[in-house]
Design a protein around this ligand. Structure first.
Ligand code: SMG
Ligand code: MG
Length: 368
């Protein structure tokens, strides 16, 4: 498959409500989309980097820059490129996994569409629909939190994840347990604690949480292992897992009892599937994370989340969790707490070009 040109689009989608985490509040999603034009047809990729480098080191302007200046020239120069060769071709460029993932996704979509094969099939999906969890941001009051959680449960979400930070942890968890009983519940700290908080975090053990996600900074694998020894609540890593190799290391060190797989964070859907496989081999359950994706990234995430070792509900929410208007013709709608796995060629979703035009803030053509 020859890559002939790439269009980079920036789209701005307002969120239906502000989304606050320990690293800041999002009001809108500024997304970089990658449209790969190949001799065999086109394909779409979505870059999950946020506007600011606050979740991880990557940020959307940086991702666009590295794609234009360093990634695409290598792929244009390679001549015939298959999606599974992209990671190897881009290996000389260090890091920038979210940027690489977006490019690989676009080529994978083009390739699969041209073969009439779905992402689900290519990623080894084992079921036709996936269970949906929802990630609930930090709120300005417990009352607002309980209203939000109640509304999500009414919609049918089967698992609640609460964002936590020092000063917003035991109280919201207690309130949600008191009000909603034994609903499947987990928390995500986005690196907001230190190992010195171990005794405080151990108080969460009383609430029978599914897991605590990424309590400590990204590099602190050994400290996560130490924390795991002090908590009954399973430790799940998100930010720390950047590849299948780092995942195996974390597992063998005892730092990851559960793994959140985000394709963007690990350099692409193909590496994400390898992480699924190594976790399965080590008896480690996984679930699919989210980065507030449009319908494009959501389609691919749902396909990935249909893998057999995705035994916990993911942050695979309906499009309406974040967006009043998605950029795909059929937004993801939850039914009985599940999203259907697309089974059409490639991502299995179609762009709504009228909406896309409305929300596009910039476009650039990149050619060899
Ligand atoms: O897409 O449902 C989603 C967001 C899920 O909480 C979520 N993601 O650390 O897991 C995480 C965060 C990172 C993105 S916050 C903007
Ligand atoms: Mg997380």
């Amino acid at each position: 498959m020859k890559l002939e040109a790439v269009e980079l689009l920036r789209v701005e989608l307002p969120l239906v409500c502000p989304f606050r985490t320990s690293f800041g509040t999002q009001y809108a999603r500024d997304v970089l989309l990658v449209r790969a034009v190949t001799a065999d047809g086109e394909g779409w990729g979505e870059c999950v980097a946020l506007t600011d480098p606050v979740y991880s080191a990557e940020y959307v302007d940086g991702a666009q820059d590295v794609i234009e200046r360093f990634l695409l020239p290598r792929l244009f120069a390679a001549g015939d490129v298959q999606a599974h060769q992209v990671a190897e071709l881009l290996r000389p460029i260090q890091g920038h996994r979210m940027a690489k993932a977006a490019v690989e996704m676009a080529l994978l979509d083009a390739e699969l569409r041209s073969h009439g094969r779905s992402f689900a099939d290519a990623l080894g999906a084992a079921r036709p629909a996936v269970d949906c969890g929802v990630s609930v941001g930090i709120m300005d009051s417990i009352g607002h939190l309980l209203d939000a959680v109640g509304a999500y449960l009414d919609e049918g979400y089967v698992r609640i994840k609460l964002k936590i930070e020092p000063g917003w942890d035991l109280e919201p968890v207690t309130a949600v347990r008191d009000r909603f009983g034994d609903v499947p519940l987990q928390v995500d700290a986005n690196t907001a604690y230190t190992l010195a908080d171990a005794r405080h975090l151990a108080k969460l053990d009383a609430f029978d949480l599914l897991l605590i996600e990424q309590p400590l900074p990204e590099e602190q694998i050994r400290a996560h292992a130490e924390l795991a020894r002090q908590l009954a609540t399973p430790i799940c890593l998100d930010e720390s897992i950047v590849s299948a190799q780092s995942c195996v290391d974390a597992i063998l060190l005892g730092a990851a009892e559960i793994v959140n797989i985000k394709p963007g964070r690990v350099g692409g859907y193909l590496e994400a599937r390898r992480i699924h496989d190594v976790c399965a081999a080590h008896g480690i359950p996984v679930w699919c994370g989210g980065m507030v994706e449009t319908g494009l990234g959501r389609a691919a995430n749902v396909a990935l989340a249909a893998g057999s070792n995705f035994t916990l509900p993911g942050d695979t929410s309906a499009s309406s969790r974040f967006f009043a208007q998605d950029i795909v013709t059929e937004p993801f709608v939850m039914q009985n707490g599940q999203l259907r796995v697309p089974d059409g060629p490639g991502l299995g979703v179609a762009i709504d070009y009228d909406v896309l035009d409305d929300v596009t803030t910039a476009r650039r053509q990149v050619r060899p």
